[in-house]
Design a binder for this molecule. Sequence first.
Ligand SMILES: Cc1cc2nc3c(=O)[nH]c(=O)nc-3n(C[C@H](O)[C@H](O)[C@H](O)COP(=O)(O)OP(=O)(O)OC[C@H]3O[C@@H](n4cnc5c(N)ncnc54)[C@H](O)[C@@H]3O)c2cc1C
Length: 397
Amino acid sequence: MDFRDTPEEAAFRAQVRAVIEEHLPKGLAGTDLGFGGEGEVPEERRPLLQQWRKVLMDRGWIATHWPKEYGGAGMTPGEQFIFNEEMAEHRAPTFGGMGVQMIGPILILYGSDEQKQEHLPKITSGEVTWCQGYSEPGAGSDLASLQTRAVRDGDEYVINGQKIWSSGAHRADWMFLLARTDPDAPKHRGISMLLLDMKTPGITIQPLINMAGEHGFNQEYFDNVRVPVKNRVGEENRGWYLGATLLDFERSNIGASIGLRHTVNDLVRFAREASRSGSVPVRLTANLKAELAERTIEADIVKLFAYRIISMQKRGLVPNYEASMAKLFRSEAQQRLAQTGMKLINLYGNAVAGRYAALRGRISTMYMTSVAATIAAGTSEIQRNVIATRGLGLPRG
Ligand SMILES: Cc1cc2nc3c(=O)[nH]c(=O)nc-3n(C[C@H](O)[C@H](O)[C@H](O)COP(=O)(O)OP(=O)(O)OC[C@H]3O[C@@H](n4cnc5c(N)ncnc54)[C@H](O)[C@@H]3O)c2cc1C
């Protein structure tokens, strides 16, 4: 494979880079909005963030893969890849979260005109935050087993049940959720997708705090929550099939692979400085040096997986088990990197904040949060099943 940009790609990259270098406010690099949107960022940084959001919004760069008529940039997967690569290299914050990545594309393809008019402009302007209500205590990997019920009552559905692990639900204005509308149909065929205003009476949101002390996800209880039928997306009982749809979306996750490389570089810099200053308790043993070399190689492998996926997409192919291979390797590499980092910073790893927190506590936090990487967005076991069956053609167990 030729990794060099074509002349057109090089010109596009230069254009993206110039905008970032000219407009990304100083001090904003590295700000992570997570799924909670701007509400996750300390008050004093929000004006800078809003300034940066406007730079992206004016160019349609919040929803790069959406068609221009809906406020996107209409970028090809190849352009999206370059854009995401440059944004990650500069550690530039991105916006839009699940609104841009998940529900927006579904509405563009299947939403009613009214739904499009109401929701799409507010997603590309970053005015509203969305969360995803799919998982339930008894339905994660086997999502089609979900039990939350939506019963038709005139021109409303009445929802009862529970969702869990909903990232950013405590900050979200809207949720797109899957609920069972026909309990007697085969399980994939009795599910509908509904748009739920999070201010509707009957919703109780309870925080779930992860072991790093972060409030990222939640569980919600629905007690006779009424949703207008016009908030159903697509046909009744066909909701299962909507989720699988994506616009021409860059699936390489190049941003995450560059993030890994940044962390490796930070650790190497930290190790060099610590060994020069004889800093205690950092101990750069021979084993640890070898581990850092391994992590460096792995970060490059993650990047090669990303290149493989984008090269498929550029040829009009749809990555399948290849995306599972990339996700599996990336999330496990992330955990190994966090473990190596913790060995390196040694006792400083106990401090997440304050003057003794090495690398501003990022490694200690990553050590705790990366545990979820092999669960979120499909567990490693599920990815291995996909690789075994669809990739290797082995029979299903
Ligand atoms: C950080 C984070 C954010 C999340 N955000 C959201 C969100 O915003 N919205 C949302 O709806 N959900 C969200 N989730 C939930 C996520 O989608 C589920 O956790 C995931 O699908 C796994 O489901 P589960 O937790 O029910 O585990 P289970 O499916 O119960 O799995 C338990 C164990 O059994 C294994 N297993 C299950 N089935 C098989 C199989 N067929 N073969 C082999 N092994 C199997 C799994 O790999 C796992 O080890 C989030 C999860 C995390 C960790």
